[in-house]
Write a new protein. Structure first.
Length: 301
């Protein structure tokens, strides 16, 4: 019965005007502007959480728009430093020019990375669909050749990921986020079974622990988190060699508190920007139970 109601809710919300959808979006998106996201980051920091800021958007090919995005990312680094926030930045390659050319994207990243270094911060290169995997890894390697302020994302559901990490040079400076992966991929290149994806995730995590690689453990899967805890205990991993990462607004059923009780670092991925609608619809599809959350809050007002 609940699943039927959720399905109806998802279909219904797509018909609503954006002004009403924004009520639901506030659960997942900080807002449209820099001031909005900085307020959320400050609140998270005050609650003991680190943050990663992301401007929503992908597959930009207009050079003037891309230049504006680069300027906004650089302004973010400046304001994070000015306010002494514990936050870094995460960027999708197609947001800053990969659809134009590899070189355009690389130069965009070089521009932004120079500001990350200037303000003693970190740049996370997001991983998108498998079409961009080779270019994304190549960009990371070029940037990492002269900087320690940059790190990639790897997706556990891709068959290639374990060997990609094994083939990384200078593992002592590698810092990567590990997620399961959300893009629809061919079974030829991606693991489709839930248990097998988790198995590969843990295999990659164990490799990172064995080789003293800093890793962002990005998952909301409670079963998987419990298994990650087991590996942390097995290898007695220093808590400064990993962090748990979660999406802003996604319920964690007490696991955030559990991480804090264990003195584990937690970083919250906080998106903002004018493309909040598309992102919010995706989040609502993944977690339609948000309907209950919103209704509760509406009746409290």
């Amino acid at each position: 019965m609940v699943s039927v109601i959720n399905s109806i809710f998802i279909a219904f919300i797509k018909l609503l005007p954006k002004s009403l959808v924004s009520i639901f979006a506030k659960q997942y998106v900080a807002g449209e502007h820099i001031d909005d996201v900085l307020k959320v980051v400050e609140k998270l920091n005050n609650s003991g959480y680190k943050a990663t800021v992301d401007i929503l958007g992908e597959h930009f090919s207009d050079k003037s728009e891309i230049n504006n995005i680069i300027s906004e990312y650089n302004m973010l680094y400046k304001l994070i430093k000015k306010n002494e926030f514990d936050a870094n930045i995460s960027i999708k390659p197609t947001h800053i020019g990969l659809d134009i050319s590899y070189d355009h994207c690389l130069n965009s990243f070089k521009n932004i990375l120079s500001n990350a270094e200037k303000y003693d911060n970190f740049l996370r290169i997001d991983m998108e669909s498998s079409k961009a995997t080779d270019d994304t890894i190549k960009i990371y390697k070029e940037l990492a050749a002269s900087s320690c302020n940059v790190g990639p994302v790897f997706q556990a559901y891709l068959n290639r990921t374990y060997s990609d990490i094994q083939n990384m040079e200078n593992k002592e400076k590698l810092n990567f986020r590990l997620c399961k992966g959300i893009y629809k991929e061919s079974p030829d290149i991606a693991i489709t079974d839930y248990h097998e994806v988790n198995k590969n995730y843990l295999k990659i995590l164990e490799y990172a622990f064995q080789h003293n690689i800093y890793i962002g453990i990005a998952t909301h899967d409670k079963t998987l988190i419990d298994q990650c805890y087991q590996l942390i205990n097995k290898y007695n991993v220093d808590s400064e060699m990993f962090e748990f990462q979660v999406l802003y607004g996604v319920p964690m059923d007490g696991y955030l508190e559990k991480h804090k009780e264990n003195n584990y670092n937690v970083r919250v991925y906080v998106p903002y920007g004018k493309q909040w609608y598309e992102y919010s619809i995706r989040r609502i599809k993944e977690n339609p139970n948000i309907l209950l959350y919103v209704l509760k809050n509406l009746f409290k007002q």
